[in-house]
Design a protein around this ligand. Structure first.
Ligand code: ATP
Length: 344
């Protein structure tokens, strides 16, 4: 077996950061392969920003360490970490022109390179705007300048903290695509904080889902969606139906209403089964079948979301196209055993 060519570009090991009695970051470890885009995704207060600030050197961890390219940088100040950072607020210097803002990290390092400034402004889609001042730019343009400034000294790692949060939806989506394309072109290892699942999914190679200071699961978007390992991940990443009950032998779950559901995992006895709304068929029978009554129908244009009361709980079903049922209708729900995710 051949050894891997190199280790991760960035490794976080057992990071802990407390503020008083709050463990904002509670034993967090992860690896980011070179050139990968990792998102830290989680609800407000889950510790995403604190992890980023530990990586950037703006906070000191109470325990744990951070390696970049195999070297321990835990004790280095921010400017010695070879890291570029983009913040949520446009942290540009208001009294400096765009070109001077972008050149700032070079000047801090005793360099001056106007051609490189022009090259970076071109890379972020702002050619020729170097003479303007920040107040003469839109919010989206200001974030592009911040990105150019973060990348100009060719850092090994790029950190971004909700850089698009203040922008409207259209612009946000355009910049998501642009940032991802630039990141791939430069092959820069990137760690990106967001609370927006779709943003994390469209941009990332890897997503780490955070909850209460911990990483609940880390993996490619598809793995998180298809194989969530906790109920929290299942509910935070897309919509889910959770069926809980008592284990009834290998691969079988008995609901409190009496029905038995079957899981794809036939070794362990689950306590919870997760089924995505689009995996359920209305008016059919399948590996698992439940009877219920429609309580709500919402037509979204490309799809219909139907709420059904079945097995003593509300079940959400998503079907393509227009509604075929009305509230009050009796219906069967069916889903394949292979479309269930079992949790112990
Ligand atoms: P948001 O999406 O709202 O920015 P987040 O996931 O980035 O949230 P953090 O900002 O990392 O979460 O905060 C994690 C926890 O640590 C929260 O309970 C927060 O109140 C607390 N915290 C963060 N910074 C400090 C600080 N400087 N002093 C005290 N508590 C803090």
């Amino acid at each position: 077996m051949s050894a891997p060519l190199s280790g991760p570009a960035l490794a976080a090991r057992h990071l802990v950061k407390r503020f008083g009695t709050v463990a904002a970051v509670d034993d967090v470890s992860f690896d980011v392969p070179g050139g990968a885009f990792l998102s830290l995704l989680g609800p407000s207060g889950s510790g995403k920003t604190t992890v980023l600030r530990l990586l950037g050197g703006f906070e000191r961890p109470d325990a744990g360490h951070i390696d970049i390219g195999g070297a321990d940088i835990t004790r280095l100040p921010p400017f010695k970490r070879d890291i570029g950072m983009v913040f949520q607020r446009y942290a540009l210097f208001p009294h400096m022109s765009v070109a001077d803002n972008v050149a700032f990290p070079l000047k801090q390092r005793g360099q001056d390179n106007p051609a490189r400034v022009d090259e970076m402004l071109e890379a972020v889609g702002l050619p020729g705007l170097g003479a303007r001042f920040p107040h003469q730019l839109s919010g989206g343009q200001q974030q592009r300048v911040a990105l150019a400034r973060a990348l100009i000294f060719r850092p090994r790692i790029l950190l971004m903290d909700e850089p698009l949060a203040a922008l409207d939806k259209h612009l946000r989506e355009r910049l998501q695509a642009e940032i991802r394309a630039l990141q791939q072109r430069l092959r820069i290892t990137t760690i990106y904080v967001t609370h927006d699942q779709s943003e994390a999914f469209v941009m990332s190679d890897l997503v780490a889902v955070m909850n209460a200071g911990k990483i609940e699961q880390i993996g490619p978007p598809r793995t998180l969606y298809d194989s969530p390992r906790t109920a929290f991940v299942a509910q935070f990443v897309g919509d889910s139906n959770l069926f809980t009950g008592t284990p009834a032998g290998p691969g079988a779950l008995k609901l409190s209403s009496g029905e038995v559901l079957r899981a794809a995992d036939t070794v362990n006895a689950p306590r919870t089964l997760i089924v995505r709304p689009e995996r359920i068929t209305l008016g059919a029978s399948g590996g698992n079948t439940l009877r219920g009554v429609v309580t709500e129908v919402r037509f979204l244009g490309e799809a219909t979301v139907t709420r059904v009361r079945a097995a003593g709980q509300d079940v959400t079903v998503r079907t393509p196209g227009a509604p075929t049922l009305s509230p009050g209708a009796e219906v069967t729900l069916a889903f394949d055993i292979a479309d269930t995710v079992a949790l112990p």
